[in-house]
Ligand binder design. Structure first.
Ligand SMILES: Cc1cc2nc3c(=O)[nH]c(=O)nc-3n(C[C@H](O)[C@H](O)[C@H](O)COP(=O)(O)OP(=O)(O)OC[C@H]3O[C@@H](n4cnc5c(N)ncnc54)[C@H](O)[C@@H]3O)c2cc1C
Length: 383
């Protein structure tokens, strides 16, 4: 029996497996998409997330440091710097490669496929794995969100995991594990199957992102505000900038971007990647521990991408989760997750709530300008 079977090889799943391996446990990851995995993301890794990667022994992925957050609303702007070192703007493919290499070096098996049915079995869990590598990944880029530019993950990449790892012939099999960790993303099929989803209130928000081949004009992550949506800009390389738009309105990426004329004027290079989308973003979850099954990363619940700390939280809660398994008290993970995430849940929910009311939304940047100490404290508490 494996110690920890991890469903999902995103940052949360790979970090869980790496933590488990470092603690002397055998971990196996099941992931349907061949690496390096790309995803709709603002790609700003907060300083705590960058530190958590280093703690895992993950080599610093190629990217571009940023030293704080800047809010921009027309001519008004306000910014705050992090106190304890920079964050890292990093392409998801680079982040995935760095995590996958560390996992490979620790001997962690990554099985191509999808965890399907899961059920309790004595002192463990049994999980059914179906399919081999999935090259269409429809749930990550719905055509109605991404339009004709629908991105398809690149072929190949299995070399990332090394030749010694099992191929698709291992799929369609049952795995027995002492614990199963669901790290299967925002719309976690495992969470749904366990009946842990809760209905979400309020408008549904979506995120779309694309990259531009231009030199970054700033070493801050910029959040641009406009009626009906936000655009946030992350420098991810010396000649590459990512722009993610967030909104509750279903429009194409270009229609969203047209609301930010000043930003649009800066994006004078051709797009470097296709549009990728994700949503609805808000996911409420009943609880994060169900017997021997634990939820981590976006599968554990998500408020919104507006404050950009999803990856950091995933890395930190993966560490907490494995800590709870190590001492044989998985049930303590629920409180550990709440402690790690309460600040970001509170601040993000407050911002999204303010966003819903146009008069309040118009006040966000002016208020932050008038109260720079409060803005700085908020930025640093998310960092
Ligand atoms: C528009 C947008 C912008 C964002 N910006 C930022 C940002 O700037 N900074 C930041 O820190 N966070 C940001 N986030 C959030 C961040 O992307 C997530 O928090 C992060 O990806 C969570 O990682 P994860 O491993 O939980 O999920 P994912 O990265 O989604 O990985 C889940 C994996 O599970 C796999 N999977 C699905 N079903 C199964 C199954 N049945 N069996 C096995 N595997 C399965 C999927 O293929 C996938 O690879 C943003 C999100 C969005 C949508």
């Amino acid at each position: 029996m494996i110690d920890v079977l991890v469903a999902g090889g995103g940052p949360a799943g790979l970090a869980t497996a790496i933590n488990a391996a470092l603690a002397g446990m055998e971990a196996v990851v099941v992931e349907p998409r061949p690496g390096p995995v790309d995803k709709a993301c603002g790609e700003g890794l907060m300083p705590t997330g960058a530190a958590a990667l280093a703690d895992l022994g993950v080599a610093v992925p190629d990217g571009r440091p940023f030293r704080g957050i800047r809010y921009v609303d027309g001519p008004q702007r306000v910014q705050a710097e992090f106190r304890d070192g920079p964050g890292l703007g990093v392409r998801r493919t680079a982040l995935h490669t760095a995590l996958a290499h560390r996992a490979r070096d620790l001997g962690i098996r990554v099985v191509p496929g999808r965890v399907d049915a899961v059920h309790a079995a004595g002192e463990g869990v049994r999980a059914h794995v179906t399919g081999g590598p999935d090259l269409s990944a429809p749930e990550l880029c719905a055509p109605e969100l991404c339009g004709p530019e629908l991105g398809r993950p690149e072929l190949g990449g299995s070399a990332l995991y090394g030749p010694e790892l099992p191929g698709p012939e291992l799929c369609g099999r049952e795995f027995g594990a002492r614990w199963l960790v669901a790290a299967d993303g925002l719309h976690s099929p495992i969470r749904a199957r366990l009946g842990l989803d809760l209905a979400s209130r309020g408008p549904r928000r979506y995120g779309l992102r694309r990259h531009y081949r231009i030199a970054p004009w700033t070493d801050f992550v910029e959040v641009h505000w406009a009626p009906g949506g936000e655009a946030y800009v992350t420098p991810v390389g010396d000649d590459l900038v990512g722009v993610a738009v967030l909104s509750s309105e279903r429009r194409t990426y270009d229609e969203h971007l047209a609301r930010f004329p000043d930003l649009l004027a800066r994006l004078d290079g051709p797009p470097a990647t296709p549009v990728r989308g994700a949503g609805p973003l808000r996911q409420r979850v009943r609880r994060r521990v169900a017997g021997r099954i634990l939820l981590v990363g976006d599968a554990a619940g998500y408020v919104d991408a507006l404050t950009g700390e999803g990856i950091s939280l995933a890395l930190l809660s993966a560490r907490a989760l494995v800590g709870c398994l190590m001492v044989g008290r998985p049930e303590e993970y629920e409180n550990a997750w709440r402690r790690l995430s309460w600040r970001s849940r509170l601040l993000t929910a407050a911002l999204v709530r303010a966003r819903r009311h146009p008069p309040a939304a118009r006040m966000i940047v002016p208020a932050a300008r008038r109260l720079p100490a409060v803005f700085g404290a908020a930025v640093r508490s998310l960092a």
